[in-house]
Design a protein around this ligand. Structure first.
Ligand code: 9G3
Length: 569
C-alpha cells in the first residue's frame, strides 16, 4: 500500500475530549473518526487491525467446532417481549418502528434471536450440543459513551451461543470456550486475566470476565499475590473469621455528637477508630425495608447483598424515607430498638465490642454498644467490598487490586431463555426438556483499544506483530532523490513478494514528518531508504526496542523475516 493515496489522516494534536491514550492515538494515527457520541468510522488502518483480530477469533472458534452465522441487527419487539426484556430494559435498548409502525430494537445482544431460531430448528437430543457464533455490530445507548472504542454505543462484538441437553455438556463447552478465549487474547498480544464475575441482569449462574490489565480499565480486579485467585471486585468473597474481642461489656451510654454525621466525623468526635463504629444503612430490598449493618471502615457491596438475599431490586432509602421509617436523619441511624425492619449484618460486625452506633435520635449516638445485648442481627452475610490487604478467599496470600478492561465474558445461562422462549428438545425417553444454554462474548472493537493501552510509548502505538495493520513501514526519505525512490520501490516489492504486508511512505514530506508518523502509526518494523541508497544500504528500526541496524537491500527480506519471527515470540 502506497501512503500517498492511503487514507490515514494523521494529526499532531488531539481533541480535548480524548482523555485516554488509546483514544488519543487512534485519532492521531488516523485510525478512527467520530461520527457522533460513541459512534465511529473505522478507517483503513483500524479495519486492517480488526480483520486480523477477527481472523484469530475465527481460527480459534472454528477449531472448537463452533459454526459462524450472521443474525439481523433489527429485532422484532415481539421476541424481546417473549423474554420479558422489552419492558425490563430502559433507554439503553435502542427502539424504532418500521413504516407499518411495527416496533423493533437495534440488537444489543442476540439471546432472543438465536433461541427463537434454535427452538424452531432443533427438537431432538441427537442434534445437541450446538455452538454458533457471529461477529457483528451491537447497539447499546450507553448513558455516557467515552474513551473512544473502550465504551461506544455502536461496537463490534463476537457473540456465541451454545445449546445443550444437560449441565455436564454445558460445563464442557464452557471450558472449551474459556480456553479458546485465553488463546485468542494471548495471540492478540493482550495480557488478560480471567476473573470470577457477576452474571447480573443477564441471569444464569457461573460467569467469568476476561480483563485486559490496564490502569484506564473501568473494572477493579481483586487478585491474590500468591495464587491464581482473581475476581471482579463486585464478586470477591471476604473470608475472614471475625470474633468478638474478649473484653468486659461496658454500660451503654447515649452521647451528643452534634452535627457529626459521617463515620469519619463521628470517629474524630468520639476519638474512636472507624472500625469500632457500626454503620447502619436503610435499604429497600424488592420493596421491603431492611437495616444493613457494616463496620465503619467497610463499604457495602450491593451485588453481594443481591446474591445473599436472592433479590433483584435494591436501593438506598432517601433522607425523607429514613425520617419516615426510622424517625431520624441518615447520620444517626442505628440498630438499637429499631422496630419492623430486618437487621442484616456483614460478618465484620462480629469483631466489634463496646462499639458506637447511631441512636436513632438527632445528633445522638450510643457508645459501648454490643450485639446480642443492645441489638439483634437477624442474618449475617458477606456484604462488603473486599479491601487490599484482606486475606485471599482461597486461603493463599493477600488481596491486591488492579484495573482492567473487560474484553470478554463467558456465561452459563442455564434455561433462563430456553424456558421463556420455549426452546426444548425430546430426550432419549421422548420427554420434552428445556435446552441448557451458554453464551460467550468478545468485544472486538474494544480489543483494538485495549491492545493500544497495553502496547504504546510516548511516540505512539507499538503494534504486536499478530494484529499490526502492516508488518513493515518503508520510508522513502526524499522522494526527489531518484536512487532513493528506486531503491524504496524495489525493497517495497521484494518484501511484498515475501508475503509481507508493507506500507510505503512515498509522500513528498520531510523525513522528520515521516519518522514521526511512522512512530505514531507503530508498525513493528521500519525500513528507511535514505542517504546510503546509492550503496544499496537501508536502515531498519525495530519499533518496540528502538534497535537500528544498517542492512544491504540484498539481505533485507531474511533480516525482516527473522526480526518479525523474534517479535512474534
Ligand atoms: C440489553 C441492553 C444491554 C445489555 C444487554 C441487554 C449487556 C445484555 C449482557 C449480555 C450478555 C452476553 C451474549 C454475548 C456475550 C454477552 N448489555 N447484556 O444482555 F437489552 Cl440494552 O449481552 N450476551
Amino acid at each position: 500500500m502506497k501512503q500517498s493515496f492511503f487514507l490515514v489522516p494523521t494529526m499532531r494534536e488531539v481533541p480535548a475530549d480524548a482523555d485516554v491514550v488509546s483514544h488519543q492515538l487512534m485519532l492521531r494515527a488516523g485510525m478512527i473518526r467520530q461520527v457522533a457520541a460513541g459512534i465511529y468510522t473505522y478507517l483503513p488502518l483500524a479495519r486492517r487491525v480488526i480483520r486480523k483480530i477477527e481472523s484469530i477469533v475465527r481460527e480459534e472458534l472454528d477449531q472448537t467446532g463452533a459454526q459462524e452465522i450472521t443474525m439481523p441487527t433489527l429485532h422484532p419487539a415481539e421476541l424481546w417481549q417473549e423474554s420479558g426484556r422489552w419492558e425490563k430494559y430502559g433507554d439503553e435498548l435502542m427502539r424504532l418502528t418500521d413504516r407499518h409502525n411495527r416496533q423493533f430494537a437495534l440488537g444489543p445482544t442476540h439471546e432472543e434471536v438465536i433461541t427463537s431460531l434454535i427452538r424452531d430448528s432443533i427438537n431432538s437430543y441427537k442434534k445437541l450440543p450446538l455452538n454458533v457464533y457471529q461477529i457483528q455490530s451491537k447497539f447499546r445507548d450507553e448513558r455516557r459513551p467515552r474513551f473512544g472504542l473502550l465504551r461506544g454505543r455502536e461496537f463490534i462484538m463476537k457473540d456465541a451461543y451454545s445449546f445443550h441437553t444437560g449441565g455436564e455438556s454445558l460445563d464442557e463447552m464452557y471450558k472449551v470456550m474459556y480456553d479458546a478465549y485465553s488463546r485468542i487474547f494471548r495471540r492478540a498480544g493482550l495480557n488478560v486475566r480471567p476473573v470470577i464475575a457477576d452474571s447480573g441482569a443477564i441471569g444464569g449462574k457461573d460467569t467469568h470476565e476476561f480483563m485486559a490489565l490496564a490502569d484506564v480499565g473501568e473494572d477493579t480486579i481483586a487478585y491474590s499475590d500468591q495464587s491464581d485467585y482473581a475476581a471482579n471486585i463486585e464478586m470477591a468473597a471476604v473470608k475472614v473469621n471475625y470474633t468478638r474481642p474478649d473484653e468486659p461489656l461496658l454500660e451503654r451510654e447515649l452521647v451528643d455528637t452534634g452535627d457529626a454525621k459521617t463515620i469519619r466525623a463521628v470517629a474524630e468526635r468520639l476519638s474512636v477508630q472507624e472500625e469500632k463504629i457500626i454503620k447502619s444503612l436503610l435499604v429497600s430490598i424488592d420493596d421491603e425495608w431492611a437495616l444493613i449493618l457494616l463496620r465503619g471502615d467497610h463499604e457495602l457491596n450491593d451485588i453481594k447483598l443481591k446474591h445473599a438475599l436472592g433479590a433483584s431490586d435494591i436501593r438506598l432509602a432517601t433522607e425523607e424515607e429514613v425520617l419516615e421509617v426510622i424517625g431520624t436523619e441518615v447520620g444517626t441511624i442505628g440498630p438499637v430498638d429499631v422496630k419492623g425492619v430486618k437487621v442484616i449484618a456483614d460478618h465484620g460486625i462480629k469483631s466489634i465490642v463496646n462499639g458506637v452506633c447511631g441512636a436513632n435520635e438527632s445528633n445522638k449516638h450510643f457508645i459501648h454498644v454490643n450485639e446480642g445485648r443492645d441489638f439483634t442481627v437477624d442474618t449475617y452475610a458477606d456484604l462488603r467490598f473486599i479491601q487490599e490487604g484482606d486475606p485471599s478467599p482461597d486461603g493463599k496470600g493477600t488481596i491486591r487490586f488492579a484495573q482492567g478492561i473487560e474484553v470478554g465474558q463467558v456465561f452459563k445461562l442455564g434455561t433462563v431463555y430456553s424456558e421463556k422462549l420455549g426452546a426444548t428438545f425430546l430426550d432419549e425417553n421422548g420427554k420434552s426438556q428445556p435446552m441448557l444454554m451458554g453464551c460467550y462474548g468478545i468485544g472486538v472493537s474494544r480489543m483494538v483499544a485495549a491492545v493500544i493501552e497495553q502496547h504504546h510509548d510516548e511516540d505512539g502505538i507499538v503494534w504486536p506483530t499478530s494484529v499490526a495493520p502492516f508488518d513493515v513501514h518503508v520510508l522513502a526519505l526524499n522522494v526527489k532523490k531518484e536512487e532513493q525512490m528506486k531503491l524504496a520501490d524495489s525493497v517495497y516489492h521484494s518484501l511484498q513478494q515475501a508475503g509481507l504486508d508493507v506500507l510505503l511512505d512515498d509522500r513528498p514530506e520531510r523525513a522528520g514528518v515521516k519518522f514521526k508518523d511512522a512512530d505514531l502509526i507503530g508498525l513493528p518494523l521500519r525500513v528507511a531508504v535514505g542517504k546510503r541508497a546509492d550503496e544499496g544500504y537501508v536502515e531498519v528500526k525495530v519499533r518496540k526496542t528502538g534497535e537500528v541496524i544498517e542492512v544491504h537491500a540484498d539481505e533485507l527480506v531474511p533480516t525482516i523475516q527473522a526480526k518479525l519471527q523474534q517479535l512474534a515470540e
